[in-house]
Design a protein around this ligand. Structure first.
Ligand SMILES: [Zn+2]
Ligand SMILES: [Zn+2]
Length: 341
């Protein structure tokens, strides 16, 4: 599948898996979001079901490959947060906006798997993000993993494998999806026809995440927006508590009008702390503080999801952020994007 940037070694491993007489029943694609995890799982589905494997690794036009690429193949099922596979009924409240994968969804999935025969050679079930399954949902899935249906491969996708049940993890073959180097990302963008300079900048800004790089190359404005937001995170991280609380209040106010906007801002905070974690590997205290901060962002997300008062959830998050002294590292560059030209 030409859409994947990087991951040569992993793609070779997938070809080997697909060529096995009996591929593993469960695979765990473990690695950060936006790196191509879903595309890799879909590539496996393609390899398992393609009717006419193209010798040159080019895009295949067979029915199976086409349907998988369009995300329309009846045997490639995608279980994700929200209400996919939920049957509802019996006083069950609908939950299309849920951020979890619930037990009703896992049950619905298992029911449809057992009820409908399939047309391809293999059924592939993609569960993403697998760490959003609660305990009940995970235990229900576990029963399926213990007695796997024939010719079915379950692909679990997660950035946090430690949040999965050990009993689930141990039944999966783990495939580690790594970040992709700037050079490989830039090359992938050039292959897609983006000019050299844009490809290099988008790759550098993407933090080795090909999906972000592609979005940046397609919409360069996003890079400027993100740069501005990151600069503001740096300012706030070094600001006094009062200033942080004002910001938390503004954010809570925005939550009432535009949730997506606030969730995007939480993404940027995650990026900010991840970046610090990456650059502070040697400094244990600061690395730990960055980890705590990431945990605070994750908890704010689940609080917001659980309808905790937004102001409280966001203030708590800001309070838990460590105080960062920026002076010693040079203040955040006010003109981030100009620095990159
Ligand atoms: Zn094909
Ligand atoms: Zn439900």
């Amino acid at each position: 599948m030409a859409a994947i940037i990087g991951h040569e070694g992993l793609r070779r491993a997938l070809r080997a898996i697909a060529a096995m007489e009996e591929p593993p029943h469960a695979l765990l694609f473990s690695g950060p979001a936006r790196t191509g995890r879903t595309l890799l799982a879909l590539e496996l589905a393609t390899l398992l079901n393609c009717d006419a494997p193209a010798p040159d690794d080019g895009p295949c036009e067979c029915r199976a490959c086409r349907l998988i690429a369009e995300r329309n193949h009846p045997d490639v099922l995608h279980l994700e947060p929200g209400d996919s596979f939920c049957r509802g009924g019996g006083g069950h409240q609908p939950h299309p906006g849920s951020r979890d994968i619930r037990i009703c969804q896992v049950r619905g999935l298992i029911e449809s798997v057992s009820r409908y025969p399939f047309e391809g050679r293999f059924r592939v079930i993609i569960i993403e993000p697998a760490d959003r399954m609660g305990l009940e949902a995970a235990n229900t899935l576990l029963k399926t993993l213990e007695e796997p249906p024939p010719a079915t491969v379950i692909a679990l996708i997660t950035a946090a494998p430690e949040n999965l049940l050990e009993t689930i993890r141990s039944r999966c073959r783990t495939l580690t999806v790594s970040l992709v180097s700037d050079e490989v990302v830039a090359e992938g963008l050039r292959e897609r026809g983006f000019p050299d300079e844009l490809a290099a900048r988008a790759a550098a800004e993407s933090r080795r995440r090909p999906a972000d790089a592609l979005a940046f190359a397609e919409q360069p404005d996003l890079m400027d927006d993100r740069g501005r937001l990151l600069d503001r995170c740096a300012e706030l991280a070094g600001a006094r508590a009062a200033e942080r609380m004002t910001y938390a209040g503004d954010l809570a106010e925005r939550w009432r009008r535009d949730r997506e906007l606030v969730l995007t801002e939480l993404d940027v905070w995650e990026t900010f702390w991840e970046e610090r974690l990456r650059t502070k590997v040697g400094a244990e205290d600061e690395a730990r503080a960055a980890l705590d901060a990431l945990q605070a962002v994750a908890e704010a997300r689940s609080d917001l999801d659980a309808q905790v008062v937004a102001r409280m959830a966001l203030e708590l998050m800001l309070l838990r952020f460590p105080a960062v002294t920026l002076a010693a590292e040079g203040a955040p560059a006010p003109s981030r994007n100009e620095n990159e030209s």
